[in-house]
Every structure is written in structure tokens, then in C-alpha cells.
Design a protein around this ligand. Sequence first.
Ligand code: ADP
Length: 295
Amino acid sequence: MKLSIQNVSKTYENGVKALKNVNLEIGNGMFGLLGPNGAGKSTLMRTIAGLQDADNGSISFGEIDVAKNKQALREILGYLPQEFGVYPKVSCYDLLDHMAVMKGIVDTKSRKKIVNSLLHQTNLWDAKDQKLGTFSGGMKQRFGIAQALLGDPKLIIVDEPTAGLDPMERNRFHNLLSEIGENVIVILSTHIVDDVSDLCNDMAIILNGEVKVIGQPIQLIEKMDGKVWKGLVEKSELAHLEESGNVISSRLYLGKVQVRVFSESALENGFEPASSEIEDLYFSTIHGLKIGESN
Ligand code: ADP
């Protein structure tokens, strides 16, 4: 099934234009929506989930028109919101069981089977009797995925799932997401480039409410090939380089500055070709460089 987002715009009451004419077609697999804080990701996720209405445009999932048939959407939706609160005094098992009832899984026997299987899948079986208030950030996120997977959803939305997780927890979370079936759509909204490059077969970059880049990470990287250069420069040289308007990113390294620059032609003065990465595309997009568009 396909999720189709057409001409979706949203302006909040305070005048913030959070979404400006967003168009996206999303098919099965893992889709990464990448953008800095405030880009409009959560607004889009909440709109897709039917939790808030757009001012204009339409969103459909297969035959379901999201704005007109929220109940039908809810039945096939798994949603892990950015702020996922848990009841700290309730045990992991009891809350998941309760949420399964809420999702309409009323038959005790089959519910037990489903809940047990999800606890194994998310590696929370050994912690099932622990109170949720004792869970680490990573465990809470895995619990969040367990509840999002209840009821065999066809569309799964996870909003900023790895923010605040340590590298090991993030890795575990990535593995869990990558195991979700191929016949569902998983939308991963994040400001962390590696979440997208590690996991997603399709992606978009959103900035100030506008979708700036859409494509498959592999193809987007290929498009940049030969156009990214790296060099180590003195701090004093950086300002001059930045005047060219082609600096993709810079970071301090061994007391100097490691710079990545966009250029169609070879650069001299110690610059060498760099293998392009999604991070280059992301920073270029943020800085308004047309790296992904030129060919
Ligand atoms: P992201 O998820 O990418 O961080 P959001 O969708 O949360 O972005 O926010 C997009 C923009 O809309 C931001 O400028 C944010 O301050 C604003 N915004 C989000 N929610 C509201 C709201 N309920 N009322 C007013 N402005 C909002």
C-alpha cells in the first residue's frame, strides 16, 4: 500500500507556517524524514496519524482518506510519538496488556500470545515485571515500539526515536526497527543523519516546512560523487573559505579545521576528493547548496 501526501500545508495560530505545500509518495519499507529541530517533522507525523488536521491538501493511505476516516486509519496505524509518556508505577507487562485491550485485542488467549511475542521481539521479556519508572531511555523506546506494533499495523510512525539514546541503545533500537516486516511502511522522523543512512531505503529532507530533497539514499549519494572535497586548514583560513559559499561542513580536528567543500571541479591547496555521505547532502541542504540537484 502507498501513503500519498498531497499539497499539505499547516499554519499554527501564532502564524508559524509549519508545513508548506508538502508532497510525498511513500511505499513499503523504511522511510526517513530528516530535518533539524523545528523543521515541521512532528507536525507532519501528527497530521499523517490523524491527530491534527492540515489546513489544505490531502493524505491517503491506500483507500483511506486520513482526514475523513480517522477510525479506519487508527486500526492500521502504529504510532510512537516524540513524547511517549508511560505510567511509572505500572509494570511493563500490565501496560502493554492494557494497551492491547485498548487496541481491540479482547480475546485473553490471543492477547497473551501477542503481548508475550512482542516482549520477546523487543527484548523486554526479562524486564516484563519491572515498573516502567525504572526503565532506561532505550528500554522505554523499545516499549514504545512494542505498543506501536500491537494489532499488526500496516503503517508505523516513529517520531525522533533515538534522540537521547546512548550508542548501544541506539544500535539495539535500529536492529529492532530493521526487523519490522517489509510489507509495512515505517516512517522514521529524525534529526540524526545516521538513523536515516543506516536504516532507510527512501528518504526526504525537510527544512522550514518544505521538502527539499526526496530520493533513495544510495542514488542521492551517487549524485554527489566527485563533488565533495575535504581538506585540513588553519582556523584563520576558514572565514575566507566560507566566503566562497561552498563549505558543506567544518569541524575542529587536531587543532586545525577539517573542512568539506562542494565543488564541481578539482580543488587544489591540499584538498582531496572525499566519498560523499548523506551528512554532506543534509548540511548542503541546510546551507542552501544545490549539491543534490546539480548533475
Ligand atoms: P520538528 O518536529 O521538526 O522539530 P515541529 O513540527 O515540532 O518540528 O515544529 C515546526 C514549527 O511549528 C516550529 O517552528 C514549532 O515551534 C512550531 N509549532 C509546533 N507545534 C506548534 C503549536 N502547537 N503551536 C504553535 N507552533 C507550533
